[in-house]
Design a binder for this molecule. Sequence first.
Ligand SMILES: *[C@@H]1O[C@H](CO)[C@@H](O)[C@H](O)[C@H]1NC(C)=O
Ligand SMILES: *[C@@H]1O[C@H](CO)[C@@H](O)[C@H](O)[C@H]1NC(C)=O
Ligand SMILES: *[C@@H]1O[C@H](CO)[C@@H](O)[C@H](O)[C@H]1NC(C)=O
Ligand SMILES: *[C@@H]1O[C@H](CO)[C@@H](O)[C@H](O)[C@H]1NC(C)=O
Ligand SMILES: *[C@@H]1O[C@H](CO)[C@@H](O)[C@H](O)[C@H]1NC(C)=O
Ligand SMILES: *[C@@H]1O[C@H](CO)[C@@H](O)[C@H](O)[C@H]1NC(C)=O
Length: 315
Amino acid sequence: MVPSLRVSLAALLSAVLLVSAAPTASETSHGSQRDSLWRRQNDIQITNLTQTEITSFRPYTHYASTAYCQPNTTRTWTCGSNCEANPTFKPVASGGDGVVTQFWFVGFDPELREVIVSHQGTDTSKIIPDLTDIDLPQTILDPRLFPGVGFPILVHNGFAATQSRSAPDVLAAVQTALSDNGATQVTVVGHSLGAAIALLDAVYLPLHLPNASVRAIVYGLPRVGNQAFANYVDAQINTSITHINNMEDPVPILPPIFLDYHHPSGEIHIQDSGVWSACPGQDNRSNECIVGSANLLKNNETNHDGPYDGVEMGC
Ligand SMILES: *[C@@H]1O[C@H](CO)[C@@H](O)[C@H](O)[C@H]1NC(C)=O
Ligand SMILES: *[C@@H]1O[C@H](CO)[C@@H](O)[C@H](O)[C@H]1NC(C)=O
Ligand SMILES: *[C@@H]1O[C@H](CO)[C@@H](O)[C@H](O)[C@H]1NC(C)=O
Ligand SMILES: *[C@@H]1O[C@H](CO)[C@@H](O)[C@H](O)[C@H]1NC(C)=O
Ligand SMILES: *[C@@H]1O[C@H](CO)[C@@H](O)[C@H](O)[C@H]1NC(C)=O
Ligand SMILES: *[C@@H]1O[C@H](CO)[C@@H](O)[C@H](O)[C@H]1NC(C)=O
């Protein structure tokens, strides 16, 4: 193991600030616009969501929050208010230990007629050090889990390892939930580290479920992979990705772009006013989007956990 050097968040963010003065490759690349909850096909302008569109995310926000609950309570759907927020959910499997493998659960929502997969995140105080670690080795995805998605696609080493530990059990549970309910739609959710795992699941699951439609709705997503990874995600026209960022949360602007970390398209940014803005492209620099909102001078770790339309993440 190479000993890792830690730099301060402030130092990294100031580097982000300096670098953001220059145009990046991602500015010219075009993320394809896909089906999404709020139908923004071919949008090139920033648009604001209606209240109805914002409210339509509620079930998913609660599912993302629920992944922080102990697996023995998500398996029986007895985790308290988080479970009660989606009262008709039919759990299929749960797992993880919350230490080496983040908690996860899989089940079926009969109202949405979707299989839901959710992954636990981590404390803000734990994820920031992981993302500002200057030793941020990128790795190829495990070819047994991700056949055909090889070099030059690279992702954060730690995120890849974490996702791989739950991947086979999650896939088996999704297959059961799809066939038991005659369903075809899978939505993967998560917050923070759980958002990173969910994004990797949204790349992984379609490779093994050719007849299912998979999408991700995630909250406070850190950057997961390099430019080739972001472009690969954007090119999967049958997989929609929505990543919702709150106010001046620093996590979604880490790891920094200058270390070759890039977000796929599909950002929704919650502004201080409470307006939800759909931001086209990758890492949109507009001050209505996260890259233009959070920086050295203005960031707020408290924003990471929410509120996302009134929902604070955590069990
Ligand atoms: C979106 O809302 C912001 C206020 O946060 C406003 O300044 C902007 O004009 C709105 N954009 C559109 C397209 O309505
Ligand atoms: C669930 O597991 C946790 C951790 O192992 C334990 O403390 C708790 O008592 C269990 N709860 C139930 C309802 O079995
Ligand atoms: C997907 O659907 C096709 C056509 O209906 C079918 O032949 C195939 O077996 C299905 N594949 C899986 C993995 O279910
Ligand atoms: C996307 O889905 C459509 C309709 O199911 C299918 O015809 C097409 O091959 C898929 N495209 C990719 C890139 O998977
Ligand atoms: C950011 O959004 C603006 C619309 O306000 C759009 O013109 C621009 O292309 C977007 N940037 C990127 C990198 O996609
Ligand atoms: C951070 O955000 C929270 C929630 O919006 C707010 O209460 C707090 O005052 C903010 N802190 C700073 C330093 O702006």
